[in-house]
Every structure is written in C-alpha cells, then in structure tokens.
Ligand binder design. Structure first.
Ligand code: ATP
Ligand code: MG
Ligand code: MG
Length: 550
C-alpha cells in the first residue's frame, strides 16, 4: 500500500475535499516522451498517483507530446512500463496532449477572433530583442496590430503549410511590459514540418507547452495540476489561458521542489548524452538513475516508493544525499530478500573424513525471519570458501577465521576443523584440508568447542559459474552538474567490473529479476535480460551495510 502522505499538497487536497471545492480529486502525471523517466520523475509519480489513491480519486497518465522531433514510441512504451512497475494504475486510457490538437487549434482561433492572438513575423533573433529583459520592458511587435481577418487568414495559411518553419508564429496578445517574461506575448503555435508519432502528418503547426498544458488539464477535469517549481513563473500564463478560453473546467496549478540527488544527474538531456556517447550500455544500464536502470540494478518498486516517502514533498528544491536512496534500498532488501551463497574468490577445502563421492542435500532456509521457503544445497567432500576466510596462522584478530586447529561453521551446514593446507608455486594457499565434526548440523559440537566464525560456501563439484557485474557510482563528483567543466568530465569510467563466481546450483534456475542477499557479499539481482539457467548473470545491487564487518 502507498504510504499515507501528510505533505502540503495532500493537505491542500484534503482541505479542498473538506470544503466541497472539489468533489473528487483528479491528478495527472504528464511526461514528455523524449527520454526515459528518472528517479526525479519517480517522485512526481509517487506524489500524483499517491495523493489520488490516498483520497479516493484518479490519476491520468498523459503524454505531453508537443515536440514531435524529440519524441518517439520507444519512450512512450518505456514510460508506461515504468509507471506500471512502480505499482501504479492510471485511470482509463492513456491520454496524449495530441488527442486535443483539434480542440487546441479551435481555442487558438477563438483567441484570434477575440483579438487576443496574432501572427507575428519577427525572426527568433528579432523577437528576442523585442522581448526586453528582466529589468527592461519589451516593445510591441510591429505585427501586433494586425486585424482579426488578416490573422485568421495568416493562421489558416500557417496551418496549410504555406510558410517555412520559423517564418512566423502565433502569439497571445497579453502585455509586453509585464514584469513576468512569460506574459510578454508568448508563442502559442509554431510551424514544425515534422511527422508526429501520434498524429502522423496531419499537422505542420504545433501548440507550445504553455498553450497545451492547462487546457489539457481542463479537458481532463484535472483538479490539482502538480508540477515542479520551475513552472511557478508560468502560473499567471496558465491562469490567463484558462480565464480567456471557454474551457470546461478550472484546474489549478501547484508547485513542489524537484528532486536533486548528489552523485547523480537528473536531466533527460544529460542522460541521453550518456547513452548516445556510449558511456553506458543504454537507458536501462544498471548505473543509470532512470527507473528502468534502477529496476535492472535490483531496486524493488517498494524501495523506490519508500524513498519517495522518506524525502517528502516541500516547496523548495534541495539536494538529497544519495545515501538516503541507498538506505531505502538496503533496508527493503535486508527485510525481504532471500539469502543465498556465492563464492567470488574461491579456495578449495577438502573434507578428508568424508567419502570421495559424498553428496548430502541440505535444506537451507531462504530467510532468517520470513517464511520464504528453502532450497537444497548439495554438501560434498570438496567445497569452496572465500580466500579471505582462511588464514595460515591463528591469532586473536583471526579468531573468526578458518585456521589450522581452529573451527568454523559452514552456513546452514556443519562445523569443520582445519588440519592443514597446501600452497601453490606463488606461495598462495591453494587448498585446505579439514575434518567434519560429526553431528553438528544445527547443533554445537559435543565437545563444547564452539566455532566463532560462520562462512559461506558452495560445493566444488555441484556449484555453477555465474557472471557478476559489479557496479560503482557513475560519477566521481557529488555535483557533476555544477562542478567546473562539463558533467561528462566527472564520469567514473571504471564503474563496471565483471567477475566470475561460483554459485549454489539453485541460483542458476531463478527467474530474471530475483533479488538476493549473497551472504556476506552483498545484494544481487538476476539480470532482467541476460540471466539464463545456462549462463547465470547477477548484478550487484548494493553492498551490505558498511559498518557490518564481513
Ligand atoms: P527533464 O528536465 O529531465 O527533461 P522534465 O521536467 O522536462 O525533466 P517531463 O517529462 O516534462 O520532464 O516531466 C514530467 C513530470 O515530472 C513533470 O511534472 C515534472 O515536473 C516532473 N519532474 C521532472 N523532473 C523531476 C524531478 N527531478 N523531481 C521531481 N519531479 C520531476
Ligand atoms: Mg517538461
Ligand atoms: Mg524536459
């Protein structure tokens, strides 16, 4: 269930419902399909869908598709997947702003007829000069006083494709001296001779974001149009259109602070550059802060939703410590992920008091507290443990290690006592000899000499090989966006390493996207696309708690 929020947006909605100002809350999540969604969008999704769920309302998914050149179907499909994966359901069908192009065109004509919009032939450069600055009023365009008839004719010819891109635009006639730059006769339609992924070649003029957004909200009966703070200055324009058009409802815009995470870039443009330059393998590379990248990395939907709940919703932009995201992830996996065993740096242990072909199937529970069932682990005469768990000589510091004469417990298995070891030509320990202490499955040794350490292990003969993809942070700077130079200069080029590991056989057969804690190694997930029983692939999701000694 979605956590109940008490943020200021939820409070506004609660008050509006209590006062009867709205009967039912309707929100929307309005991505532009010009890239994959990132963790910042997750905040907006959790907020918009979350408050609708909390107050018994609805949330629409609307593609804000007014820039055909930058948009495509791949992005639309990915965005739908992301929202669904996070566990939210949009109301009814998917909406597209382009569904309303006929109505928006009609409303543009309405403004022209009312003398509130005109066709302007200034070049972009001239328009910039006429627009003025924050401290200096703009000047009226020489085309501002065209008659209604002339404007109707020119706008019809814009639509018919008679003019080149950039030759003219349709502008709202508001106030060139307004202190709010957005009210200085903003563009509402521009010529783009581009094929549109939804409307094909029907249009060669496209409405701007500002002319589209509020009216789409009105058509859909959105009660609370929630967006990020950078649109605060656009609100007077949003309201101007709503007041000057015969729209069927009166939506209101509310702004909240966008999510910024350290060590992360949250801009589709920059994420696209990482993909286009081959810095990562794609939008869903496990190092990407995209929702699909996080999914592939092994985040669970619950961990992302819990994170969004943890950071809350405020009226100011802030920088969130990426450690908070990691905490939400680790906390969820610690509570819920099954445990399993993988050995990354193997050291063979021969248990000399077992027969050559000994193989006992041990039942090992998947979780210490939750009832997640258990799997069978083959226990054989030769096993593999991690090199770091064996020391040639006993010392107090190594009392939890396997050392000659010292005992350890194999996780979910028996107690062993080391009797000797062999070295290879380079002087590294290559093999350990040991004896099994009888009757120690789930029990202490009868002689009361209890092992201090517990180690993970796999059968040498029955384990499978797996590829482990070990990821580090993608950026070396906490603020790659803001530090000197291009953000690309702060990319960690060694953020992926691939190693081979020996995994217990049950792990090979798990479904893609299964999360695990590999005991004493970290949290791993079976890769969404590349994992197969014959060639298992696991991605490092995140390490175990830093303060937990291995
Ligand atoms: P970008 O700058 O990455 O392209 P955008 O805001 O242009 O992002 P949209 O597709 O227009 O991307 O965003 C859809 C919704 O998600 C908008 O309401 C937007 O305000 C919100 N959103 C985008 N980025 C963030 C963020 N970092 N934190 C919170 N909400 C965000
Ligand atoms: Mg946008
Ligand atoms: Mg954008």
């Amino acid at each position: 269930a979605t956590p109940i929020s008490h943020n200021f947006i939820a409070k506004i909605i609660q008050d509006d419902l209590a006062s009867g100002k709205v009967a039912k809350v309707v929100t929307r999540f309005p991505p532009e399909p010009n890239g994959y969604l990132h963790v910042g969008h997750a905040k907006s999704i959790c907020l918009n869908f979350g408050v609708a769920e909390q107050f018994g309302g609805e949330c629409n998914l609307r593609f804000d598709d007014t820039n055909p050149e930058k948009e495509n179907q791949e992005y639309i499909d990915a965005i739908k997947d992301d929202v669904t994966w996070l566990g939210f359901n949009w109301a009814g069908d998917i909406h597209y702003a382009s569904d309303y192009f006929d109505q928006l065109h009609e409303w543009a004509l309405h403004l022209v007829r009312e003398g509130k919009a005109y066709v302007c032939d200034l070049s972009p450069e001239e328009a910039r000069q006429y627009r003025g600055t924050l401290t200096e009023a703009g000047k009226n365009s020489p085309y501002r006083e065209r008659t209604v008839e002339e404007n109707l004719d020119l706008f019809a010819r814009m639509r018919a494709g008679e003019f080149d891109e950039g030759a003219c635009v349709l502008r709202a006639k508001i106030d060139m001296a307004s202190p709010n730059m957005n009210l200085r006769d903003p563009i509402i339609y521009r010529i783009r001779k581009a094929h549109h992924h939804q409307t094909g070649d029907k249009w060669c003029i496209y409405p701007t974001y500002d002319f589209t957004h509020g009216q789409s909200d009105a058509i859909e009966g959105i009660t609370h149009s929630v967006c990020t703070l950078e649109f605060e200055d656009h609100k007077p324009l949003y309201d101007w259109f709503i007041e000057n058009l015969p729209v069927p409802a009166r939506p209101r815009q509310y702004e909240f602070g966008r999510l910024n995470l350290d060590y992360t870039v949250t801009s589709k443009r920059k994420l696209k550059a990482l993909v286009d330059d081959g810095v990562v393998a794609g939008w869903d590379d496990p190092r990407m802060p995209t929702i699909s990248g996080m999914r592939r990395r092994g985040f669970t939907p619950r961990s992302v939703r819990n994170f969004c709940d943890m950071i809350g919703v405020t009226r100011s932009d802030g920088m969130v410590d990426v450690a908070m995201l990691e905490h939400a992830l680790r906390d969820d996996l610690n509570k819920n992920a099954p445990r399993a065993m993988a050995v990354i740096n193997p050291l063979k242990v021969v248990i000399e008091n077992l027969p050559e072909n000994h193989c006992e199937m041990l039942s090992a529970p998947y979780h210490p507290e939750l009832d997640l069932g258990s799997r069978e682990m083959p226990f054989t005469r030769e096993i593999l443990i991690d090199q770091a768990d064996f020391k040639e000589e006993y010392s107090k510091k190594f009392k939890k290690k396997f050392t000659p004469g010292n005992r350890i417990r194999l996780r979910c298995s028996y107690v062993l006592e080391a009797t000797g070891y062999e070295k290879d030509d380079d002087g590294n320990v290559a093999l350990v000899r040991a004896n099994l202490i009888e009757d120690t499955l789930g029990k202490d040794p009868a002689d009361e000499v209890k092992p201090k350490g517990v180690v993970h292990w796999v059968s040498a003969s029955h384990s499978k090989m797996a590829e482990l993809r070990i990821y580090e942070r993608l950026f070396t700077s906490a603020t790659p966006d803001k530090t000197e130079g291009d953000f690309m200069e702060h990319v960690n080029r060694d953020s992926l390493s691939v190693v081979q590991a020996y995994i217990e056989p049950a792990l090979a057969a798990v479904a893609a996207e299964s999360n695990f804690q590999f005991e004493r190694e970290g949290y791993y997930v079976a890769d969404r696309f590349d994992h197969t029983p014959d060639a298992p692939v696991f991605n490092l999701t995140i390490g175990l708690r830093e303060d937990k000694s291995l």
